[in-house]
Design a protein around this ligand. Structure first.
Ligand code: GAP
Length: 452
């Protein structure tokens, strides 16, 4: 089994990620986050909000709609430019991204034996490449015609541009300042695959940072560094991250410069996040299409101008996948020697404490001693208001430690016979397996400190 298969299997087996509508055979590139996956995803978002909204005083948060006025997408250039080149195999009618036909490798769609050959049937004849728009379409109201057509947003950015003037005025913000948003985005990807890496529905966390023209290039650099620091802080290994400067001819229609932060996924270096210099493109376009002035009066220089925008962007699912890959560790032979199971390969998910879905596991040493189980449930009730906890009494203690290690739980509390006499418990550390005894009365405080 390769690493991606192991991660996919762990994610399914332990309740992180399931294929959407699995009982109907699933839907390609749509994923549901299960009990642990949704906690992990939520923790990633919380860390992002804490760092970029709570801890700064120049960025405010919004929550815009998925469906916007259809004109937004005309103005933004998405109707014309948000396309991928599509070719169809004339024999089996499978469709591929023309730009993914490098050496017969259709990224995420299998491998052909020869260059420019269909990976599904071996055919060598394709239709002419056509531009395919990736935006999902829908209708506003009961009439399903062109004039009622709307789109599901492919990025969250646009509502930060359309609300720019209102936000600046109501919050009395002075440039440079940012608007942040985390939200669902939709892309009808032609090529899918690599688990959640390329999904058709996913969350983007992005900031539109409005700056004075002329200061944009310097501020761009600071955001590249800031974005990288965030990934390192969450525990991604430095050697698995690198920058990729987009070539001038490959820049998105709105960008003067783009740098991707790539992660070394098991299927190769691929985009995790990006930073773009969107110049005054979006605000100018929305000004033109809406007829509303979106310029800014800079009191310091007594001048009106349309601000430039630096946009650090990030796919939450991609970060989540990178964290699973980066934290996944297999330990051959026994790390613990208490059970037979421990002699097999042990899996450890080294997630940052703040991201771990379950913070504390509460485990009675054995379950058939009612006094231990009752005491453990008491400890569980005590800790539950403070942390996301899990109570587990099934199987040997060694096996239960391993289950917690595999889902990344940083601390396991064991209630043993000494607990009944001394009112203390052991705290086991996931990474070092070191155990210490702590009085139950001090437990919440000690764990709060450890989890900080
Ligand atoms: N507002 C700019 C923007 O949307 P993007 O590079 O097209 O830029 C932003 O997308 C981020 O969304 C990417 O850096 C990537 O992490 C993530 N992303 C893009 N397409 C994705 C997909 N199909 N599935 C999951 N994540 C995706």
């Amino acid at each position: 089994m390769d690493l991606m298969q192991k991660i996919t299997s762990l994610a399914k087996r332990r309740g992180f990620i399931f294929q959407s509508s699995e009982i109907y055979g699933g839907v390609e590139a749509l994923w549901d986050f299960g009990p642990l996956g949704s906690l992990l995803k939520n923790n990633i978002k919380q860390e992002w909000l804490k760092r970029f909204v709570q801890e700064r005083n120049d960025i405010v948060l919004i929550d815009g709609t998925v469906i916007m006025h259809p004109k937004v997408w005309e103005a933004s250039g998405h109707i014309k430019n948000f396309t991928d080149p599509l070719v169809e195999c004339k024999n089996c009618h499978n469709r591929f991204r023309a730009d993914h036909m490098e050496s017969g490798e259709f990224v995420g769609q299998g491998k052909a034996k020869e260059k420019d050959q269909c990976s599904q049937c071996g055919g060598k004849e394709f239709t002419e490449s056509k531009q395919f728009n990736l935006m999902f379409k829908t209708f506003l109201g009961p009439v399903e015609d062109k004039s009622h057509q709307a789109y599901l947003r492919p990025e969250t950015a646009q509502s930060m541009f359309t609300n720019f003037a209102q936000i600046q005025e109501t919050m009395r913000l002075k440039i440079p300042f940012g608007i942040a948003q985390i939200g669902r985005s939709f892309r009808n990807e032609i090529t899918t695959g690599n688990f959640i890496f390329r999904s058709r529905e996913f969350d983007i966390a992005e900031i539109e940072y409005f700056v004075k023209p002329g200061t944009d290039e310097e501020i761009f650099e600071t955001w590249v560094a800031e974005w990288e620091r965030f990934f390192l802080y969450l525990g991604l290994k430095k050697e698995n991250l690198r920058r990729l400067e987009h070539k001038k001819e490959a820049l998105a229609h709105y960008s003067k410069r783009t740098v991707d932060i790539e992660y070394k996924f098991p299927f190769g270096w691929s985009e995790l996040a990006g930073i773009a210099n969107r110049t005054d493109f979006d605000l100018s376009q929305h000004s033109k299409f809406s007829g509303r002035d979106l310029d800014y009066f800079d009191e310091e220089v007594s001048k009106r101008y349309i601000p430039y925008v630096i946009e650090p962007t990030l796919g939450i699912e991609r970060l989540l996948l990178a964290l699973l890959v980066d934290g996944y560790e297999e330990i051959k032979g026994a790390r613990t020697e208490t059970t037979k199971a421990a002699k097999e390969v042990e899996v450890l998910l080294k997630l940052h404490r703040s991201l771990a879905p379950i913070k504390v596991a509460v485990l009675p040493l054995v379950r058939n001693k009612i006094e231990l189980a009752n005491k453990a449930k008491e400890v569980y009730r005590l800790l539950k208001p403070h942390f996301i906890c899990q109570y587990d009494e099934l199987g040997s203690i060694g096996r239960r430690y391993r289950r917690q290690d595999e889902i990344g739980t940083p601390y396991s509390i064991t209630i043993d016979f000494e607990t009944l006499e001394q009112d203390d418990v052991t705290i086991r550390d996931r990474d070092t397996m070191a155990q210490e005894r702590i009085k139950i009365n001090d437990l919440a405080e000690v764990l709060t400190k450890k989890l900080k």
